[in-house]
Write a protein that binds this ligand. Structure first.
Ligand SMILES: [Zn+2]
Length: 251
């Protein structure tokens, strides 16, 4: 089992998911659009060799996460049970991305992008996979329209709630009260969701914040399919997987 720590999250900036024509608005994923430059010098020297190395290391991390990480396994089980089974080769793609992002979800191809050049650790890969699989789950379950900023804000709230912010809140001062943790957690979710909306859409900070606030209460309460916030990674992840196995069959 892979455990999370706070360092991972500092390395994990905004994830973006996109839809339709706007998908590559910020050109964060040059391999997708085929805009990545190839030239003789980069082939001759080490750049392409480095990319091949990064890709195979990334693919191994994704495979290991799918085999071992409780939340990745849980998400795969929930997706399959909801009629959207995940095939590692078809639905996950390791690619070279802009340095700003670690992952993304392409609704058109139903594919999760894992940014091989920005992910060095398996625990970071697991965070990215779970985050993006929550978007995949929302797209599968509700056929969400990610062009609708409220839908986008909602799925980003859910992803931050169930992954990054819960892990971050797990590392709290010994004397932090329940209310401190709760408020800190909600602030974290709002901030992360807003940053993710801003990364994916050309909107103002105020527009992103308004969208997050409009849907916050409803979407913050929706913990499916993990069923809980993971404050103690080791125990809670294992328990979440066990609980989920009663609801989501692997068949
Ligand atoms: Zn996201």
């Amino acid at each position: 089992m892979t455990s999370e720590n706070n360092d991972d999250h500092k390395e994990t900036p905004n994830h973006s998911q996109h839809s339709g024509d706007e998908f590559w608005g910020h050109d964060l994923y040059p391999e997708r659009r085929g805009t990545k430059s190839r030239n003789f010098m980069s082939t001759l020297f080490m750049k392409e060799g480095r990319e091949i190395y990064d890709k195979s290391r990334c693919e191994k991390m994704v495979y290991d996460c799918a085999m071992k990480h409780p939340l990745v396994k849980l998400m795969m089980m929930a997706l399959k049970s909801s009629g959207c089974p995940v095939d590692l080769r078809r639905n996950f793609s390791c690619e070279t991305c802009d340095s700003l992002v670690t992952g993304g979800y392409d609704t058109e191809l139903n594919q999760i992008v894992i940014c091989q050049n920005n992910i060095r650790r398996e625990s970071t890969a697991a965070s990215v996979l779970v985050h993006e699989m929550i978007h995949m789950f929302d797209f599968c379950r509700h056929k969400m329209d990610f062009k609708n900023i409220d839908h986008l804000a909602c799925t980003e709230i859910r992803a931050a709630n169930l992954t990054y912010c819960s892990f971050a809140s797990a590392v709290v001062d010994g004397d932090a009260s329940f209310w401190d943790v709760k408020n800190r957690h909600q602030d974290c979710v709002k901030r992360r969701a807003m940053l993710s909306v801003l990364a994916a859409r050309a909107v103002t900070v105020a527009e992103a914040a308004e969208a997050v606030n409009r849907v916050f209460n409803k979407c913050y309460k929706d913990l499916e399919p993990i069923g809980r916030r993971i404050y103690r990674p080791r125990e809670h992840m294992d328990q979440a997987l066990l609980d989920a196995s009663y609801f989501y069959t692997d068949k």
